[in-house]
Design a protein around this ligand. Sequence first.
Ligand code: NAD
Length: 440
Amino acid sequence: VGTGYVGITTCVILADRGFKVVGIDTDKQRIENLSSGSVPLYEPGIERMLKKALLSKKLEFTTDYSNISDTDVTFVCVGTPPNENGALNMSYVERAMEKLGKELKLKEKYHLVAIRSTLMPGSTSGKLKEILQENSGKKIPTDLGLVFIPEFLREGMAIQDTFHPDCIVIGASDKRSYTRLLSLFRKLYKQDFKSIPIIRMKPVNAEILKVAVNASRAIQISMVNTIADICQKLKEGEISEVTEGLKLIAKLDSRYLGAGLGFGGSCLPKDTRALSFLSSTMNVENTIFESAMKVNKIRIKKLAKEIKDIAGRGATVSILGLAFKANTDDIRESPSIHLIEELNSLGIKVKAYDPYALNRAKAYFDGKVLFEANAERCISESDACIVATAWDEFKKLEPKLFLSLRKKVVFDCRRIYDEKKFKNNGIRLIKIGSFYDNGI
Ligand code: NAD
């Protein structure tokens, strides 16, 4: 239930491993697209797997919840976007549980409901259990199983992360639902099953763990970016040398050590805010989470001002990359999008290009930004260029392509270019986390 980034990945992977799967979504257009083999989002490898699954008849899509009664397990993967106050919006999950409950009322056999959506801690054994019992008229855990299994996949790596998870966390209060799920995972992972660590805990702890993992990543990224800013100001300062040490000595997760524009996407900001909100409602100090968010926000403002100082008021700058990171078309809370908004507010005109996120960004900005169909056109007729997403396509761009920039300045916010090569071509490369002469 819910066929977004998490739901589609879950569908195609289960179907690939031989399970019969029905994907349910309330969005009719999405279901039509998926049924005809077209994926309404960009995730490497997923379209090929979808087509294969449709062909094998192992996977089908519908808006009709009544299909649930023919299945044994339901994975709930609907969105939990942030509310204004930082809490996760639980209304989509609540609605899904209500509909699910009504369908399960008619089913005689035991059914397992496994929630994959990120939740406000306390929800599974609290309100969601209540809704499911009330609408189905059944008892948990005797007639129905209810577990929370947090999803840790990263967009852009969804297939790989799902096939090779660091570990599987099962938030289950009773043995029956836990063993049911274990046997499903055994079938899913086959020979790899034994090598995947499995941790069982109470649903509430799994819910806290999920947001805590993202908050700790957000804190790490904000810390590394602050160190990168220090490197930039000190002669011979170089963040990559520092992060090498952080990896080996402080044992920080190397996947979150890339200095850059800051964190974004649909999970890190929202889950950090959710934890901050939760702390504040409990009179628990939330400064640590708020600080990570603040550092993240300030660096965009600071960078926009630096760009304005170099490019000049009224300048035009080109931005390569709109997605919050490479290999996804997701622009939710993308640093690049925030940067464009900040530049616009400083009177800088923006031209932008992204290989996959262009349509989503066009819809978001509604005509306020000029979008180009390729990198070369985007770079032309502008004063400076900002590389905001580390797409492979941008990594391959030759320095001479940037010679058309009036100010001959490139801001490498993803640290993908070689300074010497750019310097030899007469272009000034300003790389986040590396010292540069005329420091700004
Ligand atoms: P998404 O916004 O891409 O997709 C959500 C889907 O749910 C949409 O297609 C929507 O139409 C559908 N939906 C909403 N209400 C519904 C209902 N009542 N019945 C059926 N369908 C309904 O969301 P996503 O990015 O896949 O995230 C889903 C959940 O997983 C969120 O809680 C998120 O925090 C969590 N999560 C996401 C990621 C990620 O990388 N995107 C990673 C881990 C966890």
